[in-house]
Design a protein around this ligand. Structure first.
Ligand code: CIR
Length: 252
């Protein structure tokens, strides 16, 4: 069960963040509305949501997931792999300073939380354009000290591991077609989203409910079969900046 979540209101310069998408620029008011709906949905699942104020120094800072890995045994402050985001983690470290067992990824390691996929007490660490081998090595060591197992996955062309693979409990992995072929996921029940809906592979389970991006009907049908209550959230503005449901919060 998650008791807490941390989010950050998108800043006015949200549209100046990093993106590879060729969708149009996000609309700020719509972005704020979608963010509020996301936070309310978390609250409806019994989660206490701490919403930090917008940080205009970092247009991507609403994607808080990338700045820390929070578990019930320890916290790891990351070191974002894109220079434009380096420094977001310093602010997050201050905000999390009351939590126990805080560790940090150190240079030359880089690591984005979007590359860290937890499945029960196992952590898949994606090595990507953002998370390097050194960052993965440091995280492996820290998590190992707390009794977690880890393994490394090479993410390929995806921005982050969780852009294409997400664990939703009940031994189920939600995967893009491409990631479904990774042998690392063989022991899971696989739900493979259609190619034209691959954005919807990024979904999160929150206290028995499944948050999915609105507008992906085939994925919704597949995920309804899991027995979870489905909560559809409009993510259009975040998708324009390469962000998904998992990126918008730290849940613990
Ligand atoms: C970035 O490129 O860093 C942001 N525009 C999107 C980050 C999305 N985060 C995530 O998938 N964990």
């Amino acid at each position: 069960m998650f008791k807490n979540a941390i989010t950050r209101t998108p800043g006015m310069n949200f549209s100046k963040g990093i993106t590879t998408s060729n969708l149009c620029k996000p609309n700020y008011n719509k972005t704020l509305q979608q963010h509020q709906s996301y936070c309310s949905a978390l609250e409806k699942c019994g989660v206490k949501v701490k919403i930090f104020e917008a940080d205009n120094d970092f247009p991507d800072s609403t994607f808080v997931e990338d700045t820390a890995v929070v578990t019930e045994r320890c916290v790891i402050i990351t070191r974002p792999g894109n220079k434009a985001r380096l420094g977001e983690e310093v602010k997050m470290e201050k905000l999390l300073s009351k939590l126990m067992n805080i560790h940090k990824i150190h240079s030359p390691g880089t690591l984005d939380g979007g590359d860290i996929l937890r499945a029960e007490n196992h952590f898949f660490i994606g090595v990507s354009a953002r998370t390097n081998k050194e960052g993965a090595k440091q995280l492996t060591k820290i998590l190992g000290k707390y009794g977690y197992s880890t393994s490394i996955i090479y993410v390929g062309k995806y921005l982050h591991l969780k852009s294409g693979a997400n664990y939703i409990g009940k031994n189920i992995m939600v995967l893009t077609h491409e990631m479904s072929k990774y042998q690392e996921f063989e022991k899971y029940v696989k739900i493979i989203v259609p190619e034209e809906e691959k954005y919807a592979a990024n979904c999160i389970e929150v206290n028995g409910r499944l948050f999915i991006a609105a507008g992906f009907p085939e994925t919704k049908k597949l995920l309804t079969k899991t027995g979870y209550d489905i909560v559809e959230l409009n993510m259009s503005e975040f998708e324009k900046m390469d962000g998904g449901l998992s990126c918008l919060s730290l849940r613990f």
